[in-house]
Ligand binder design. Sequence first.
Ligand SMILES: [Zn+2]
Length: 231
Amino acid sequence: MVAGAPEFLDWLARWYDALPVVSLTDMFPQPERGAILVEDLLIGFCREGALASPRIDALVPGAVRIIERARAAGVPRVVSSQDAHTPDTPEFEAFPPHCIRGTREADLVPEIAALQAQGAFTVIEKNSLSTSVTPAFERWLENNDDITHYLVIGDCTDLCIYQLSMFVRLWANATNRQDRTVVVAASVVDTYDLPVAAANGALPHPGDLLHVLFLYHMALNGIHVVQAINS
Ligand SMILES: [Zn+2]
Protein backbone atom coordinates (compact mmCIF):
# COMPACT_ATOMS: atom_id res chain seq x y z
CA MET A 1 0.00 0.00 0.00
CA VAL A 2 1.28 3.44 -0.86
CA ALA A 3 1.70 5.41 2.37
CA GLY A 4 -0.96 8.07 2.78
CA ALA A 5 -3.07 6.87 -0.16
CA PRO A 6 -6.38 6.10 1.60
CA GLU A 7 -6.63 9.42 3.43
CA PHE A 8 -5.51 11.37 0.38
CA LEU A 9 -8.01 9.66 -1.93
CA ASP A 10 -10.76 10.31 0.61
CA TRP A 11 -9.76 13.98 0.72
CA LEU A 12 -9.51 14.09 -3.07
CA ALA A 13 -13.07 12.82 -3.55
CA ARG A 14 -14.38 15.53 -1.20
CA TRP A 15 -12.29 18.18 -2.97
CA TYR A 16 -13.67 17.12 -6.34
CA ASP A 17 -17.28 17.10 -5.12
CA ALA A 18 -16.85 20.62 -3.73
CA LEU A 19 -15.45 22.21 -6.90
CA PRO A 20 -17.34 25.44 -7.56
CA VAL A 21 -19.63 26.22 -10.47
CA VAL A 22 -18.78 29.65 -11.86
CA SER A 23 -20.64 31.95 -14.20
CA LEU A 24 -19.51 32.92 -17.67
CA THR A 25 -18.96 36.44 -16.32
CA ASP A 26 -16.69 35.07 -13.58
CA MET A 27 -14.79 33.12 -16.21
CA PHE A 28 -14.45 36.03 -18.62
CA PRO A 29 -14.73 39.31 -16.68
CA GLN A 30 -13.59 41.13 -19.82
CA PRO A 31 -14.89 38.93 -22.64
CA GLU A 32 -12.76 40.52 -25.36
CA ARG A 33 -9.69 39.48 -23.34
CA GLY A 34 -10.72 35.83 -23.11
CA ALA A 35 -9.91 32.81 -25.23
CA ILE A 36 -11.01 29.20 -25.36
CA LEU A 37 -8.31 26.60 -25.96
CA VAL A 38 -9.82 23.41 -27.38
CA GLU A 39 -7.72 20.26 -27.21
CA ASP A 40 -8.10 17.32 -29.60
CA LEU A 41 -11.82 17.15 -30.24
CA LEU A 42 -10.97 15.07 -33.29
CA ILE A 43 -12.69 12.16 -34.99
CA GLY A 44 -9.73 9.97 -33.94
CA PHE A 45 -10.38 10.58 -30.23
CA CYS A 46 -14.17 10.72 -30.36
CA ARG A 47 -15.48 8.36 -33.03
CA GLU A 48 -13.10 6.28 -35.12
CA GLY A 49 -9.74 4.57 -34.65
CA ALA A 50 -7.61 2.97 -31.96
CA LEU A 51 -7.95 5.82 -29.43
CA ALA A 52 -11.58 6.80 -29.97
CA SER A 53 -13.52 6.73 -26.71
CA PRO A 54 -17.18 7.27 -25.84
CA ARG A 55 -16.14 9.28 -22.79
CA ILE A 56 -14.37 11.76 -25.06
CA ASP A 57 -17.18 11.84 -27.62
CA ALA A 58 -19.54 12.75 -24.79
CA LEU A 59 -17.61 16.01 -24.29
CA VAL A 60 -18.59 17.38 -27.69
CA PRO A 61 -22.08 18.80 -26.92
CA GLY A 62 -20.81 20.61 -23.81
CA ALA A 63 -17.82 21.96 -25.70
CA VAL A 64 -20.04 23.29 -28.48
CA ARG A 65 -22.34 24.94 -25.92
CA ILE A 66 -19.53 26.67 -24.04
CA ILE A 67 -17.94 27.96 -27.27
CA GLU A 68 -21.29 29.26 -28.54
CA ARG A 69 -22.16 30.88 -25.21
CA ALA A 70 -18.72 32.46 -24.88
CA ARG A 71 -18.84 33.82 -28.41
CA ALA A 72 -22.31 35.24 -27.79
CA ALA A 73 -20.91 36.94 -24.67
CA GLY A 74 -18.13 38.55 -26.72
CA VAL A 75 -15.22 36.10 -26.34
CA PRO A 76 -13.83 36.21 -29.86
CA ARG A 77 -10.91 33.82 -30.01
CA VAL A 78 -10.82 30.03 -30.12
CA VAL A 79 -7.68 27.94 -30.58
CA SER A 80 -7.83 24.27 -31.51
CA SER A 81 -4.68 22.39 -30.56
CA GLN A 82 -4.84 19.10 -32.39
CA ASP A 83 -2.91 15.99 -33.25
CA ALA A 84 -1.65 15.81 -36.84
CA HIS A 85 0.93 13.08 -36.55
CA THR A 86 3.59 11.96 -38.97
CA PRO A 87 3.40 8.18 -39.44
CA ASP A 88 6.85 7.70 -37.89
CA THR A 89 6.36 9.65 -34.65
CA PRO A 90 7.89 7.81 -31.66
CA GLU A 91 4.61 8.58 -29.84
CA PHE A 92 3.25 5.46 -31.55
CA GLU A 93 5.60 3.34 -29.40
CA ALA A 94 3.55 4.44 -26.36
CA PHE A 95 0.11 4.75 -27.97
CA PRO A 96 -1.34 2.96 -31.00
CA PRO A 97 -1.20 4.92 -34.26
CA HIS A 98 -3.86 7.64 -34.39
CA CYS A 99 -4.71 10.98 -35.98
CA ILE A 100 -2.14 10.87 -38.78
CA ARG A 101 -2.10 14.12 -40.71
CA GLY A 102 -4.34 14.02 -43.77
CA THR A 103 -6.51 11.16 -42.49
CA ARG A 104 -10.10 11.43 -41.30
CA GLU A 105 -9.01 10.74 -37.71
CA ALA A 106 -7.10 14.03 -37.69
CA ASP A 107 -10.23 16.02 -38.62
CA LEU A 108 -12.22 17.97 -36.07
CA VAL A 109 -15.57 16.40 -35.26
CA PRO A 110 -18.15 18.07 -37.52
CA GLU A 111 -19.84 19.92 -34.65
CA ILE A 112 -16.58 21.72 -33.79
CA ALA A 113 -15.65 22.14 -37.46
CA ALA A 114 -18.93 24.02 -37.91
CA LEU A 115 -17.77 26.50 -35.24
CA GLN A 116 -14.40 26.78 -36.98
CA ALA A 117 -16.21 27.90 -40.11
CA GLN A 118 -17.63 30.89 -38.21
CA GLY A 119 -14.16 32.46 -37.90
CA ALA A 120 -11.71 33.62 -35.19
CA PHE A 121 -10.62 29.99 -34.92
CA THR A 122 -6.92 29.16 -35.01
CA VAL A 123 -5.73 25.60 -35.60
CA ILE A 124 -2.39 24.59 -34.06
CA GLU A 125 -1.20 21.18 -35.24
CA LYS A 126 1.08 19.09 -33.02
CA ASN A 127 3.03 15.86 -33.41
CA SER A 128 3.23 15.07 -29.68
CA LEU A 129 1.08 15.20 -26.56
CA SER A 130 2.30 18.66 -25.79
CA THR A 131 1.39 21.89 -27.49
CA SER A 132 4.34 23.41 -25.62
CA VAL A 133 6.87 21.95 -28.05
CA THR A 134 4.95 23.42 -30.97
CA PRO A 135 6.50 26.86 -31.54
CA ALA A 136 3.36 28.06 -33.34
CA PHE A 137 1.43 27.95 -30.07
CA GLU A 138 3.89 30.07 -28.14
CA ARG A 139 3.82 32.51 -31.05
CA TRP A 140 0.02 32.58 -30.79
CA LEU A 141 0.27 33.35 -27.08
CA GLU A 142 2.69 36.18 -27.74
CA ASN A 143 0.69 37.56 -30.67
CA ASN A 144 -2.47 37.52 -28.54
CA ASP A 145 -0.89 39.05 -25.47
CA ASP A 146 -4.04 41.02 -24.68
CA ILE A 147 -5.69 37.74 -23.63
CA THR A 148 -5.76 37.39 -19.86
CA HIS A 149 -8.22 34.51 -19.31
CA TYR A 150 -7.79 31.11 -20.95
CA LEU A 151 -10.40 28.37 -20.67
CA VAL A 152 -9.07 24.92 -21.58
CA ILE A 153 -11.53 22.25 -22.79
CA GLY A 154 -11.29 18.84 -24.48
CA ASP A 155 -9.13 15.78 -23.89
CA CYS A 156 -7.41 14.04 -22.22
CA THR A 157 -7.34 15.45 -18.69
CA ASP A 158 -4.09 13.75 -17.69
CA LEU A 159 -2.36 13.97 -21.06
CA CYS A 160 -2.85 16.84 -23.51
CA ILE A 161 -5.09 18.95 -21.24
CA TYR A 162 -2.53 18.72 -18.46
CA GLN A 163 0.31 19.57 -20.82
CA LEU A 164 -1.52 22.50 -22.42
CA SER A 165 -2.86 24.02 -19.20
CA MET A 166 0.44 23.67 -17.41
CA PHE A 167 2.30 25.17 -20.36
CA VAL A 168 0.13 28.29 -20.43
CA ARG A 169 0.41 28.63 -16.63
CA LEU A 170 4.19 28.09 -16.64
CA TRP A 171 4.69 30.40 -19.64
CA ALA A 172 2.88 33.16 -17.77
CA ASN A 173 4.91 32.42 -14.62
CA ALA A 174 8.23 32.32 -16.45
CA THR A 175 7.59 35.59 -18.26
CA ASN A 176 6.14 37.40 -15.21
CA ARG A 177 2.78 37.98 -16.83
CA GLN A 178 0.91 38.88 -13.65
CA ASP A 179 -2.62 39.10 -14.97
CA ARG A 180 -3.14 35.63 -16.45
CA THR A 181 -5.78 33.15 -15.35
CA VAL A 182 -5.94 29.59 -16.67
CA VAL A 183 -9.20 27.76 -16.00
CA VAL A 184 -10.07 24.09 -16.46
CA ALA A 185 -13.71 23.09 -15.99
CA ALA A 186 -14.13 19.44 -14.99
CA SER A 187 -17.37 19.09 -16.95
CA VAL A 188 -15.72 19.84 -20.31
CA VAL A 189 -12.56 17.76 -19.97
CA ASP A 190 -12.20 14.01 -19.58
CA THR A 191 -9.90 11.09 -20.22
CA TYR A 192 -10.21 7.53 -21.50
CA ASP A 193 -10.83 4.52 -19.29
CA LEU A 194 -8.91 1.23 -19.34
CA PRO A 195 -9.57 -0.65 -16.08
CA VAL A 196 -6.92 -2.99 -14.66
CA ALA A 197 -9.15 -6.00 -15.37
CA ALA A 198 -9.44 -5.06 -19.06
CA ALA A 199 -5.84 -4.02 -19.71
CA ASN A 200 -4.64 -7.46 -20.96
CA GLY A 201 -0.98 -6.67 -20.44
CA ALA A 202 -1.23 -3.03 -21.55
CA LEU A 203 -0.77 -0.25 -19.02
CA PRO A 204 -4.13 0.27 -17.31
CA HIS A 205 -5.70 3.70 -17.14
CA PRO A 206 -8.51 4.15 -14.63
CA GLY A 207 -10.23 7.15 -16.21
CA ASP A 208 -12.16 8.54 -13.25
CA LEU A 209 -9.18 8.39 -10.92
CA LEU A 210 -6.68 9.91 -13.35
CA HIS A 211 -9.17 12.63 -14.34
CA VAL A 212 -9.51 13.76 -10.71
CA LEU A 213 -5.84 13.30 -9.82
CA PHE A 214 -4.64 15.44 -12.69
CA LEU A 215 -7.28 18.13 -12.04
CA TYR A 216 -5.89 18.22 -8.51
CA HIS A 217 -2.35 18.50 -9.81
CA MET A 218 -3.32 21.41 -12.04
CA ALA A 219 -4.97 23.13 -9.06
CA LEU A 220 -1.79 22.54 -7.07
CA ASN A 221 0.05 24.57 -9.71
CA GLY A 222 -2.26 27.56 -9.65
CA ILE A 223 -4.65 26.61 -12.43
CA HIS A 224 -8.24 27.42 -11.51
CA VAL A 225 -10.17 24.16 -11.52
CA VAL A 226 -13.95 24.48 -11.42
CA GLN A 227 -16.79 22.02 -11.79
CA ALA A 228 -18.62 23.81 -14.60
CA ILE A 229 -19.36 27.18 -16.13
CA ASN A 230 -22.97 28.29 -16.01
CA SER A 231 -24.52 31.12 -17.94
ZN1 LIG B 1 -1.18 11.80 -30.40
